[in-house]
Design a protein around this ligand. Structure first.
Ligand code: GLA
Length: 751
C-alpha cells in the first residue's frame, strides 16, 4: 500500500493514490491525490518551473511559492499560510530537510487516532540550525479510501522549543473548486454552505474549547469541472482551525489543526508533541467522498465493541418533563414505551440533589431521595424488569456554585475569579489531575452502582476562562483541557461496554475525537424534523448514520412551534439512531399504534438505517444495505395543485435487475381534515366536537399506497409518484402531504 521508489512515495488505497516526492532541495513535493494510479513517470507527475516568475524568491533556484508541499515553513519564500512556526531561543526553525522515513512504526499516542490502519509511513525532516525534527505521519485505511495525517515535533536539541503552530499541510492546484462547509449554532447545527472558493484565505475555526456548533471542523473541496471531491476532517474536540487559501496563481493550500490563536506549547529537550490527525479522502461526487468518511468512522473510529452493532431504540423523557418528575411518573412512562417497543430508558437531567432547575446541583451526583425515595438502583431494577436497558444523564465537566462539590473545592472550577456563567454553571478544570481523578471515580461509581448500560455525557456551555487556578499553563490551557478530557474518557469508557452518547447542548461537540470514545452523538436539541433535514443533512456529509442520534418529539415543536405529522417526525429520525422524546401522556390510541408500528418497522430495517450506504439527492435521502434500499422523500412547503410528476430516483441498483418498490404504510390523523372530513365520512361532524375528537383518537386514514416493479435502470432515471392532495377529495393512494409531508419507500429485488 505504500511504495517508495526513486525518491517518490506512493500511498495507495482501494480507489485512490496519494503521491509525493523528495525533491533535489530535500523538500517534500505533493504530486498527485486522486483516482488510483499504478506506474507513472516522475516527469509526468511533476510541476515544471523552467523559468522563474518575476519577484519570486528563489530557494535552490526554485520558487517555494509555486510548489505543492507536504510541509510549509517560514523564511524560504513561501508566502502562503504556513504549517510550522517553531522557535528556539528566538530563532525560528525554517529549513526542514528530508532525512529519512520509516514504515509501520507503532507508537502510543495521547490523541485519538484511527484504529486498525492498514499501513503507516513516517517521513522525517530536520532543521539543523535549531535541532527540531519533524515527523510527517501517514496512516493508510485501504478499504475506506482514507489517508489520515498528523505531525510530530521532536525536540532533539538541548534547549526548550516554543511551538506557536504546527498543522497538517496539503497543497494542490485549483480545479475550479467550491467549498462545502458546515456552520450554525444552538438548534441550527451543521447547516451546509456551498460557496465558490474565493481568492485569498478562508478560515474555518473555533475558539470555544470545543469543536463547536458554530463551525464544524470537517469540509470538502469540490471541483465544478470534474466533480472530484477532496474531504477533510480533524480528529479533535477542541479549538480547531483550517485555512483554505487560493492564490492568484491558482494554487490551493489547506492547513488544518489546533487553532494557533490561543495556543503555544513549550517542548523540553527529548519531548515529542503530536498534532491531531487530519482525515483526508478523495472521491468523485460528494456522496462518494461522504461514504468514504462514513466507512472510516464505522470501521476505524468507534470502539470495537460498538462497531457494526445495532444501537438500541431510546426513550428519553427530557422534552416531556424537563426537571419536573419523580419515580412514579417515570415508571408510568417506561411502561408505555416498553409496550411500544423501545429498548432503552434514559434518565435525563434532574435526578440528583439540588437539581430541580439548572441553577444548582451539578457536580454532586447524589441521588435525590425526594424524586427516588427507594434510591436509583431500585428504580433501575424496575426499568430493567420491564425489559428496558437503563441509561443515565451526567454533565461531569461542569459544576454549579450551589453544589457540595463547589462548596468543598472551589479551586476545581475555572473562572472562579470572574465567575462568567454559561447556563448558570462553571467549568471544571480538566488540566488538574485531582479534578480528573474526581470525575473518573464519580462516573465509574455511578456506572457500577446503578448498573448503567448507557451514559449521556453532556457539556452545556462554551469555555471562556482559559486559566486554571492551580496550574499556570498559559496558552497551553485549552489543548491541555482536551488532553485531560480524552484521558478521562479513556479511563472511564476504554475498558467497558457502556454505550456512551456524547452531547453538548446537542451537537456542539460532534467530532471525530468524541466519536473515538462514544459511538453516537445527540445531534441537536432541535427535534423539529424540518429543521433536522438541514441538521442531519449537513452532519451526515461527514459522519455515518450510526453516529446520528435522532428522536421523534411532540407534534408541536418545542424549538420552533412548528406542527409536523407523526409520520414525518419518524421518517426523518429513522435516518440515524432512532429514539422517542415526546410527552406520552396525551398520545391517542391511534398514535400509539402508529408508534408501535414505526418501531417494529425500524427494527426490521435497523441495520440498513444505521450502517447502510447513505446518499443525499436534494430532499431525497437514500440508504442501502445488503440488498435493501430505503428512500425518504420530504416536502418542506406544500405546492398548490401539484402536478403528477414528482420523481423517485434510486441510485446504485443493478441496472439489469427488477425491483419491487413499496411505499411504507403510514397513518394520517383524522383531525388534520377537520371540517373537510365531511367529504370522506358519511356524516357531518362538528370539527371541534367530541365525536370528532373520539374518532380521531381511534381511527385514522392511510397515506399514499403505491407498489410497483421497475428495473434498476429505470429507477435510476426515475419513476413517477402518485399525486399529492389536490383540493378535490380523498383517495387512499393520494399522498396527503401538505406542509412537511414525507414518505418512505422500500426497494428490494423482485423475487
Ligand atoms: C442539554 C441537552 C438536552 C438535555 C438538557 C438537560 O440541553 O442537549 O438533551 O439533556 O441538556 O439539561
Amino acid at each position: 500500500m505504500i511504495q517508495y521508489k526513486d525518491s517518490v512515495f506512493h500511498l495507495k488505497t482501494k480507489e485512490t493514490s496519494y503521491i509525493f516526492r523528495v525533491d533535489d532541495s530535500l523538500k517534500l513535493n505533493q504530486l498527485y491525490y486522486g483516482n488510483r494510479l499504478e506506474e507513472e513517470s516522475l516527469d509526468a507527475l511533476s510541476l515544471h518551473q523552467v523559468i522563474q516568475v518575476g519577484s519570486s524568491v528563489l530557494y535552490d533556484g526554485q520558487s517555494m511559492d509555486l510548489k505543492c508541499l507536504e510541509l510549509s515553513e517560514p523564511q524560504v519564500g513561501d508566502y502562503r499560510n504556513l504549517s510550522t512556526d517553531i522557535w528556539v531561543n528566538n530563532q525560528q526553525a525554517c529549513d526542514f530537510k528530508y532525512v529519512g522515513y520509516e514504515m509501520d512504526v507503532v507508537r502510543e499516542s495521547v490523541l485519538p487516532r484511527g484504529r486498525g490502519r492498514d499501513s503507516r509511513l513516517v517521513v522525517y525532516l530536520m532543521d539543523e540550525k535549531t535541532g527540531v525534527r519533524i515527523g510527517l505521519v501517514y496512516d493508510v485505511f485501504y478499504e475506506a479510501n482514507v489517508i489520515s495525517r498528523y505531525v510530530l515535533v521532536e525536540n532533539v536539541g538541548e534547549e526548550s522549543l516554543l511551538i506557536e503552530n504546527i498543522v497538517v499541510n496539503f497543497d494542490c492546484i485549483n480545479d475550479d473548486f467550491e467549498l462545502i462547509s458546515f456552520h450554525g449554532g444552538w438548534i441550527k447545527e451543521a447547516h451546509e454552505y456551498v460557496s465558490d472558493l474565493g481568492i485569498g484565505r478562508t478560515v474555518i475555526a473555533s475558539t470555544t474549547t470545543s469543536s463547536s456548533n458554530q463551525h464544524q471542523p470537517g469540509f470538502f473541496l469540490r471541483s465544478k469541472v470534474s466533480d472530484s471531491v477532496y474531504g477533510f476532517n480533524l480528529m479533535y474536540s477542541g479549538n480547531h482551525k483550517s485555512v483554505i487559501e487560493r492564490t492568484s496563481n491558482e494554487f490551493v493550500r489547506v492547513v488544518s489543526g489546533i487553532n494557533d490563536e490561543q495556543f503555544n506549547w513549550t517542548l523540553k529537550s527529548g519531548e515529542v508533541f503530536e498534532s491531531p490527525s487530519v482525515v483526508m479522502t478523495y472521491g468523485v461526487g460528494i456522496n462518494n467522498a461522504s461514504s468514504n468518511f462514513h466507512d472510516f468512522v464505522n470501521k476505524h473510529v468507534v470502539s470495537k465493541v460498538w462497531a457494526n452493532k445495532e444501537r438500541p431504540i431510546t426513550y428519553n423523557h427530557w422534552e416531556a418533563t424537563f426537571f419536573d418528575y419523580n419515580e412514579k411518573k417515570l415508571l408510568k412512562m417506561a411502561k408505555v414505551v416498553s409496550d411500544l417497543g423501545c429498548e432503552l430508558f434514559v434518565l435525563d437531567d434532574g435526578w440528583f440533589v439540588e437539581r430541580n432547575n439548572d441553577l444548582a446541583g451539578l457536580g454532586n451526583y447524589e441521588v435525590d431521595k425526594k424524586k427516588f425515595p427507594k434510591g436509583l438502583l431500585s428504580f433501575r431494577n424496575k426499568i430493567v424488569d420491564m425489559g428496558l436497558k437503563f441509561g443515565l444523564w451526567v454533565e461531569p465537566e461542569m459544576v454549579s456554585i450551589e453544589s457540595s462539590l463547589y462548596r468543598k473545592h472551589p479551586e476545581y472550577a475555572l473562572g472562579v475569579r470572574d465567575k462568567r456563567f454559561g447556563r448558570n454553571q462553571l467549568v471544571l478544570d480538566l488540566t488538574n489531575k485531582d479534578v480528573r481523578d474526581y470525575i473518573v471515580s464519580n462516573v465509574r461509581t455511578l456506572i457500577e452502582e446503578y448498573k448503567v448500560d448507557y451514559i449521556k455525557w453532556d457539556m452545556n456551555r462554551h469555555i471562556s476562562d482559559q486559566e486554571s487556578i492551580v496550574n499556570n499553563y498559559g496558552k497551553e490551557f485549552s489543548h491541555r483541557y482536551i488532553l485531560g478530557l480524552y484521558e478521562v474518557l479513556e479511563r472511564i469508557f476504554g475498558d467497558n461496554e457502556v454505550l456512551l452518547e456524547s452531547c453538548s447542548s446537542g451537537g456542539n461537540r460532534f467530532d471525530l475525537g468524541m466519536l473515538s470514545y462514544g459511538p453516537q452523538v445527540w445531534t441537536s436539541d432541535n427535534t423539529d424534523p424540518i429543521e433536522r433535514l438541514k441538521i442531519q443533512g449537513g452532519i451526515s456529509r461527514l459522519y455515518p448514520l450510526s453516529t446520528i442520534s435522532a428522536h421523534v418529539a411532540s407534534e408541536l415543536s418545542q424549538q420552533t412551534l412548528r406542527k409536523t405529522p407523526l409520520s414525518t417526525r419518524f421518517n426523518v429520525a429513522c435516518f440515524g439512531v432512532l429514539g422517542y422524546e415526546l410527552d406520552l401522556t396525551y398520545l391517542s390510541a391511534v398514535e400509539k399504534k402508529e408508534i408501535k408500528d414505526q418501531i417494529s418497522w425500524y427494527k426490521k430495517y435497523r441495520k440498513v438505517f444505521q450502517y447502510g450506504k447513505f446518499i443525499q439527492n436534494g430532499l431525497q435521502w437514500q440508504v442501502s444495505y445488503e440488498g435493501v434500499t430505503i428512500v425518504g422523500i420530504y416536502q418542506t412547503l406544500v405546492i398548490a395543485s401539484p402536478p403528477p410528476h414528482q420523481r423517485l430516483r434510486v441510485f446504485g441498483l443493478d441496472k439489469n435487475k427488477y425491483y419491487e418498490v413499496r411505499a411504507k404504510a403510514q397513518r394520517v390523523m383524522l383531525d388534520r381534515y377537520k371540517e373537510l372530513s365531511k367529504h370522506i365520512l358519511p356524516v357531518n361532524l362538528n370539527p371541534e366536537g367530541k365525536i370528532m375528537k373520539f374518532t380521531t383518537e381511534h381511527f385514522s386514514l392511510y397515506d399514499q399506497q403505491q407498489n410497483l416493479v421497475a428495473s434498476g435502470q429505470l429507477l435510476e432515471s426515475g419513476i413517477w409518484l402518485n399525486n399529492q392532495y389536490l383540493g378535490t377529495g380523498y383517495h387512499k393512494e393520494l399522498r396527503l402531504w401538505s406542509d412537511f409531508g414525507s414518505t418512505l419507500y422500500v426497494i428490494t429485488e423482485r423475487k
